[in-house]
Design a protein around this ligand. Sequence first.
Ligand SMILES: [Zn+2]
Length: 498
Amino acid sequence: MSITEKRFLLLAVFCLEIVFLTVTNLAQDFEAKITLAPGASTTVQIEGKILKQKIVGSNKSWSFMRSFPGVENLGERIESLNLSNAKGERVAFRSLVPGEYLAEEQAENYLYQANLKTPNPAAMAHVSWIRDEQGILMLGDLLPQFTAANNQPISAKITFQLPVDWKIISREKKSGNGEFFVSDVEKAIFLIGKNWREKEISVDKNNLNFAISGEWKFSDDEAFQMAGEIFAEYKKQLGDIPFENARINLIHFPSEISFDRWEAETRGANVTILSSDMPFKTLSLQRLHEQLRHEIFHLWLPNSLALTGNYAWFYEGFTVYQSLRTALEMNQIRFEDFLRTLEQAQFIDSRRIRRTSLIEASKNRWNDSSSTVYARGMLIAFLCDLALLKNSKGKRSVADLFRQILKLYPISNKAVDGNTSVLSVLDGYAELRPIVEKYVSAAEKINWQTELESTGIESRESGSVLKLQVKTKLQNQEKNLLEKLGYNNWRKSLGKSK
Ligand SMILES: [Zn+2]
């Protein structure tokens, strides 16, 4: 089975990054005890108390997450809410819409059930669910949405009371048996239930904790080793992440979901991948590599950055590109595969109906433009890489941009606007200005002839179809550029293995 057959899977990914900023505060804002509801297998009962009345929303209005990009009607999962005041007296309330409640007086204690039956596959990497004695609990959609007056993250003491043979797996701080101190409720993720296999992978001073479920064509050890190698490769490219430990959760989609589908999200330092398997082991391993390359990269961009707003054209588009570039670097794909993927991205970009700038497309990412931010964003990353390599005689590449952005906007800083910040960094390079002007801020058609000049790559276009290939006669400078891009990696590795 040829590698090229999977070349375009990466653009089909619906991957979601949410930028949350961490500030640790020591005393908890509220507490919650999570148990399985009596006699139920997919419903949890949550009982708790507000500890600090300064949190807004604890007053009279109680709300739960009602939707998530691509997932609607989450409020309908909340059932049997009970509120009481400090004296333990019942507080009456009205339900405005499912998941939104208005109490008649200030309440302090709460009790409710959340029905976590399996959502549609598209939602399974993004919201809580329990199925067949296994589940993922994401506190952001499970607990009432409190906000601190100063917009600080909300902290909580979370206690679980689950069947004795169930595991509770999380990167949150354990403070007792089944008890955790969560510094930021929105980011916290817990795996619960049976049949999780785990491994702690050390990479330098970081720990990567990997949990896996379901049967795959690859072995657990192959997956663990792969994750460690990819993490180490990005550390080499980009430097340290601000998290001491990160988690990877690889969960098999329910069996009725067909081959070749996956959903993923990287929330804070938690990577969650829901996936079906592939028909052959080689394909299965290649796809896992692709999933891990994309998601692990997000631990750096955007999750290590104090940048906000809709700038997915950069952190998705450039992630897809750098992940592909890393595949070349790690000898996972050949240079031809690299070029075929770019051709495919150009095809997607040329077929889009609404011609808006990438900045605009990022704002409407959840409407019609989700493939645009990936496909066109990736092409722009490629053009930037070429321009940087060309102008610096191979000394600078997009990895330098990433390092610069990570250094300028670390997560410990106060958050600033992502678009403004990234564009100001790109503006620092004269060779990138025309690319940004024409293809990011405006929606011009990419002029491949011009952009590929002196790169050693030539293009042919007919209609929506672009063909890219390495020139047969190369100047020294072009050879050098292609070498930096990874042109000869595959050949070199073949040489070595002989
Ligand atoms: Zn992504």
